[in-house]
Design a protein around this ligand. Structure first.
Ligand code: UGA
Length: 432
């Protein structure tokens, strides 16, 4: 099939490349000329394990193309995916849909034969209705169908999540388009993915409901972790014990720092704002947002307690600064608020991240980047394991740290409490 992905950000690029790998002809379009030129040279704008090889392979075999010409790319395609950003509005909590509506206007001037137009971007419920309205102002409804097909790709796991999805959600009311899309996704359906055809509005809401539910699950276990810390209970036992109940499930039940990234914080805010607009109070999700926003200051207080209030001149090393492992994404990373607060209180910060130095910390005095783990930790009073990279999972702390007295605060519960005790390392983790 001939596909056009509008927007070569995370969603558009990963989906476009994976669709081409399934044998489709894909044009990835972006108005950013530099990005497109780079992609043609094999320079990938995002960090995603395995993506560069797939781009190269499919670009070489000519199934994957990159272009800045939107009109031409749309006219050459049967299916057009809208994959532009829907960030939180400045000074508000609603999603900013200006890029979506701009694209809809561009699409309507490029339709001469039947097109399936799909929103893959995360858009508030009823956005599909708006897109349809915009396009039908200039084009007959017989010539297009607007469908919602949300993505469920995790950063760092995106290719696997695309290739082996649990479900494919198609929010579409017309039979013809549904058959075409079932055919497009048939290689994934035959590997076990469930194909769900719902109304367009349902599909839009399924996406937000899924992210909000996962955020709720994480926040639930994070709050229980706070209780465990007071009761000498290990939250890991609670996660295992709860998660084995198939109705609950163990995934996304790992306590840690606040959830971050470009999706959960943005989408939880957007769904509550949409609900408010329809005079419905999503109070559970609202308190999840609040609890998550408070989490970094709670953890900061814990750091103060661990250091017995003596923070001045203490050398604190962060292992990992992105919002989670296997990504270079700093958006809503919990350490973006923790590090400046520690600095304000006189600490000296050193960090290592497998994805390199971060511009966010370049201008902060007393924050420095180390090129490897051993030089990052060697001089530290406190090591904070902030993300769960494999690189951090078997460090010989005693061998690498010069100081006799050092402390570890493991925010991802990577290490075993008993082993740390045996080695006589002062070790703290989340929820124990
Ligand atoms: C999330 C969803 O998982 C994807 O399904 C969705 O497609 C994507 O948002 C999106 O809407 O585009 P992502 O933001 O890449 O994916 O990251 P996750 O792996 O879901 O992690 C989100 C946050 O939750 C991270 O801060 C992570 O550290 C935290 N987390 C996750 C926990 O603290 N505990 C867990 O058990 C799981």
């Amino acid at each position: 099939m001939k596909l056009c992905m509008i927007g070569t950000g995370y969603v558009g690029l990963v989906s476009g490349v994976c669709f081409s790998d399934l044998g489709n002809d894909v044009i990835c379009v972006d108005r950013d000329t530099k990005k497109i030129e780079n992609l043609k040279k094999g320079i990938i704008p995002i960090y995603e394990p395995g993506l560069d090889e797939l781009v190269l392979k499919n670009y070489k075999n000519d199934r994957l193309k990159f272009s800045t010409n939107l009109k031409d790319s749309i006219s050459k395609s049967d299916i057009v995916f809208i994959c532009v950003g829907t960030p939180t509005k400045k000074n508000g909590s609603a999603a900013d849909l200006s890029q979506i509506f701009d694209v809809a206007k561009e699409i309507r001037s490029s339709i001469s034969k039947f097109k399936i137009i799909i929103t893959k971007s995360t858009v508030p419920v009823t956005t599909g209705d708006e897109i349809e309205k915009i396009i039908s102002q200039k084009v007959s409804k017989k010539l297009f169908s607007v469908i919602s097909n949300p993505e469920f790709l995790r950063e760092g796991e995106a290719i696997r999540d695309f290739t082996y999805p649990d479900r494919i959600i198609i929010g579409c009311n017309d039979k013809k388009s549904n058959t075409i899309l079932k055919n497009l996704y048939s290689p994934l359906i035959s590997k076990g993915a469930k194909y769900v055809n719902s109304s367009r509005r349902s599909a839009e809401l399924i996406k937000y409901a899924s992210n909000a539910f996962l955020a709720t699950k994480i926040t639930f276990i994070n709050e229980l972790a706070n209780l465990c810390e007071k009761l000498d209970i290990n939250v890991e036992d609670i996660s295992i014990g709860m998660g084995l109940d198939k109705r609950i499930g163990g995934r996304f039940l790992r306590a840690g720092p606040a959830y971050g990234g470009s999706c959960f914080p943005k989408d939880t805010k957007a769904i509550t704002t949409t609900a408010d607009k329809f005079k419905t109070n999503l109070s559970v999700i609202k308190s999840v947002i609040k609890s998550n926003e408070n989490r970094s200051s709670l953890l900061l207080k814990r750091i103060f307690d661990i250091l017995r209030g003596k923070i001045k001149k203490k050398k604190i090393c962060f292992l990992g600064v992105t919002f989670k492992a296997n990504t270079d994404d700093m958006r809503d990373s919990p350490c973006l608020s923790m590090i400046p607060s520690l600095i304000k209180n006189g600490a000296v910060i050193n960090y290592f991240d497998p994805t390199g130095e971060k511009k966010e910390f370049k201008k902060i005095r007393n924050v420095s980047f180390s090129k490897d783990i051993s030089s990052a930790i060697k001089d530290s009073d406190l090591i904070i394991i902030h993300t769960e990279w494999n690189d951090f999972k078997s460090i010989n702390f005693k061998k690498n740290i010069i100081k006799k007295k050092f402390t570890i605060f493991d925010m991802r519960n990577i290490y075993s409490l008993t082993k740390m005790k045996k080695q006589k390392i002062r070790y703290f983790a989340i929820g124990c």
